[in-house]
Design a protein. Structure first.
Length: 118
């Protein structure tokens, strides 16, 4: 079992930045592929970014490319999402997720609210 705890959400003005963190426990962090997802009010949860366990390769949703950066610190069992040039449409609850190796995302955090004001 993997436990995930997000932090770093908050209220920011459009154009501002936030850094989200996701602390993992319960399994060797370097065996986990980690991802960020988000869910806006009235919308389905959507993929934001992923960073692999094998070589820290990253992949982003089109909406995140060029503005968001996902990273991980295996020594701290933590993944990060640096979000720059934030837009009101980035407002959502952001969730951290973990997959064992190249498997499916089976473990989820409780979410952290990000609100971007115009």
């Amino acid at each position: 079992q993997v436990q995930l705890v997000e932090s770093g959400g908050g209220l920011v003005q459009a154009g501002g930045s936030l850094r989200l963190s996701c602390a993992a426990s319960g399994r060797a962090f370097n065996t986990l592929t980690m991802g960020w997802f988000r869910q806006a009010p009235g919308k389905e949860r959507e993929f934001v970014a992923v960073i692999s366990w094998r070589n820290s390769n990253t992949h982003y949703a089109d909406s995140a490319k060029g503005r968001f950066t996902v990273s991980r610190d295996n020594a701290k069992n933590t993944m990060y999402l640096q979000m720059d040039s934030l837009k009101p449409e980035d407002t959502a609850v952001y969730y951290c997720a973990a997959a064992v190796g190249d498997g499916q995302f089976n473990f989820w955090g409780q979410g952290t609210q990000v609100t971007v004001s115009s």
